[in-house]
Design a protein around this ligand. Structure first.
Ligand code: AMP
Length: 398
């Protein structure tokens, strides 16, 4: 074990690969980057290194050539991957099903099972599998570790994990609530406890991960007891292009009366709903600009977003019987002060009071509640890559 050890963390999506070379012990990201628009005419590789940003534009045929280009760019700044002290490659894997709930060394069997789980996460797991295959080819002697987005929610109590449908059907097809964004919820809840100077096992908390995807979790003494995403990452909060909760009867109706196919409905739910569906934009900054310009659709999208958020905050306050902390994280949660203000407005009677100045100013991990607030309201930037790097390092060193 050496403090020079690094972990290459890979988050492989359908048309992009995010990567970081991280020192798991210090938390320093030595390099980070992105390969995007894979398979499109104009691809892009970006590398952040020593405060500089290098960029290469051109067609990137597939994930394999994307990772190779990234490796070449790293070599060109004097840090070839084979000489970067990489002790493991950590992969973010979206769906671990019921089987995987610990960081897991990838061998052929594990890879095959992750691939089989693609039925449960068709948007994500296939791309994750490609990421592992490409990393294995690029660094054949380095152990590959899978870290599952569902793992933290493995502890959901049965009443929270169970859909009230025919139990035989549920059993046969693995229908239950799995939860996602687990790495972020776990990391942020641990940091939140640190900010408060308490142990995770001493506090009850709500974590609000509000990014392009969004989810909330209820965490009792370090154990996840509920979360908004369920069988797939479609359930729960309003997101960039996903609408979250919907009456399943709507889908039956669209199938029967609008003649929509399963694929049409899939596209509607995954890509044409949420903020985008309501307003035509999925980026929160663009949404905010439209609201300022008086766009009523954008305003309604925002109001639906906040309404759903408040509904779940209320639900989790009751489930947990009160909380010590509510923490905002991810792109919207870390940056959009208006969402934090509106999500927790008028909750003085529950001991929740935001300090406007703290909410609107400041950076990084911080408390934004007023001194009079008995519930601590925090902002904690998420760092899923660091959490994955630490999980991977722990596993290969053990
Ligand atoms: P993530 O998935 O965590 O990267 O979050 C992406 C979302 O965060 C997008 O909707 C962005 O518009 C939003 N976001 C990023 N920066 C800001 C910002 N400064 N203000 C408001 N929203 C932001």
């Amino acid at each position: 074990m050496s403090s020079d050890d690094t972990v290459l963390v890979i988050n492989s999506g359908s048309s992009s690969i995010k990567f970081q070379v991280i020192e798991p012990d210090s938390g320093v990201a030595r390099q980070s980057g992105l390969v995007e628009r894979i398979g499109e005419p104009e691809g892009r590789v970006v590398l952040h290194h020593d405060g500089e940003v290098l960029e290469e534009v051109g067609r990137i045929e597939d994930h394999r050539s994307g990772l190779r280009k990234a490796a070449e760019l790293m070599a060109s700044v004097g840090h070839p991957l084979p000489e970067s002290g990489i002790i493991a490659v950590g992969h973010r894997i979206v769906h671990g099903g019921s089987e995987f709930y610990e960081p897991t060394l990838v061998d052929d069997r594990v890879l095959k099972e992750i691939s089989t789980l693609s039925d449960l996460a068709p948007l994500h797991n296939p791309a994750n599998v490609v990421g592992i295959e490409v990393a294995r080819d690029t660094l054949p002697d380095v152990p590959q570790v899978a870290v599952f987005d569902t793992a933290f929610f493995h502890t959901l109590p049965m009443p929270a994990a169970t859909y009230a449908i025919d139990r035989d059907v549920a059993r046969e097809f693995g229908i239950r609530r799995y939860g996602f964004h687990g790495t972020s919820h776990q990391y942020v809840s641990e940091r939140a406890a640190k900010v408060l100077g308490r142990g995770t096992d001493e506090i009850d908390q709500i974590v609000l991960h509000l990014g392009n995807g969004a989810s909330a979790s209820a965490i009792a003494k370090g154990r996840a007891v509920d979360t908004t995403m369920g069988f797939t990452p479609l359930e729960g909060l309003v997101m960039g292009t996903r609408g979250g909760d919907i009456d399943p009867g709507v889908l039956l109706h669209l199938s029967r009366t609008a003649g929509m196919t399963v694929d049409d409905i899939d596209a509607l739910l995954n890509r044409r709903s949420g903020l985008w569906g309501l307003s035509g934009v999925n980026d929160f900054r663009a949404l905010t600009e439209r609201i300022s310009a008086g766009d009523q659709d954008a305003q309604l999208a925002y109001d639906v977003y906040v309404h759903r958020l408040r509904k779940y905050i209320g639900a989790y306050l009751i489930e947990l019987g009160g909380v010590d902390a509510i923490t905002f994280t991810a792109g919207v949660g870390e940056n959009a002060a208006s969402v934090r203000r509106d999500a927790l407005a008028d909750l003085e009677m529950f001991g929740i009071v935001i300090d406007d100045d703290r909410n609107e100013n400041g950076q990084g991990e911080r408390r934004i509640s007023a001194d009079s607030s008995s519930v601590a309201v925090l902002v904690v930037p998420t760092n899923e890559e660091l959490a994955i790097a630490r999980d991977a390092a722990r596993l290969v060193r053990s």
